[in-house]
Design a protein around this ligand. Sequence first.
Ligand code: NDP
Length: 362
Amino acid sequence: MLAVTGWFALVLLLHLLLPGQLACGVQLPNRQRLTYKLNAFSVFAITYGTAAAVSFGLGVLDLSWIPRNFVPLTTAAIIFSSVLAVAVYAASFLPNRLLSQHGNSGIFVYDFWMGRELNPRAFGKTLDIKEFCELYPGMIGWGLLNLAFAYQQYKQLGYVTNAMLLVNGFELWYIADGLLNEAAILTTMDITTDGFGFMLAFGDLAWVPFTFCTQARYLADYPRQLSLPALLGVLAVQALGYCIFRGANSQKNTFRTNPGHPSVAHLKSMPTERGTRLIISGWWGAARHINYLGDWLMGLAWCLPCGLSGLASVVPYFYCIYFAALLVHRERRDEAACRAKYGADWGRYCALVPWRIIPYVY
Ligand code: NDP
């Protein structure tokens, strides 16, 4: 419990103390915009640098302590996130709180799960608890857990297999990419629409770090070395996934912030009564959530290095099975939200871009 609380406190302290770019969030239902301090990448670089210095430089911390204490650490993270969920739920009853549309039904279990308050804040409103939990302790911790499993493998074998290197490299890339593009989270459904309740507290602080490291954990116990064709095949799936994921997300971000930019100026789009334009060509003309396809393909590339040679080896594929269900459900939620936001325009858009996630399939 001390390790989990200490990790959270260290990351929080760095976030509060280190300088960061200030960014404005989207307009809230009360017509206000919140300001966010963005320094996730600096916190990531400093914590990893410190971990490397104290483990390999000073020899004070043995990183293999983490895999050896995986179950107690997971339990502590579940307890910590539950306590946080109770605290933000209780605080949401204080005066002048902006409540989320979906977490304010009056049904305790539902509201506790969904989150009553939209953007709970602390430390004189300088800390946005939801944005911090979404990107800092859990995401950064996930990469550290992966590295600890790689170190455990190194201690056992005397080297790190190429499968473990791929899993660590891919996932570290994904984490660093997400942290570098921190501003992009301000327009996601989690920040703009969902309240901060048990679902996000548990998801961000316990679920993400302790289940997303399953492939590295599996490879520490069942080491694998990939043949060259298998390695190239996995790299190709990752490259394709990244190309779609980053291409689509950047295309939408650039189009929305700077539509005259040469990289998006050629795109076809349709006007809407809401005032914003919907892209109908390029990545967004292929499917309405083509970015989810790219994200899922990358998830598949993280699982493939674990191979498939029997029932037990299905375990590391948990991530891409779970993620497929999450993305299909998320797409349905976003679809319903867009239908409500855009009305008849959304129907016209769906006629022009009929596929949900996978062109010509779904
Ligand atoms: P999106 O980035 O797909 O954004 C959806 C919003 O974009 C819509 O609500 C709409 O909002 C706008 N939009 C939709 N279609 C168009 C269009 N054609 N042209 C312009 N704007 C459009 O949603 P998410 O926030 O769900 O996902 C962001 C990224 O995060 C994705 O890549 C996803 O894969 C990833 N993600 C990863 C998770 C993980 O656990 N690894 C979990 C969740 C997400 P409006 O018009 O109001 O701007």
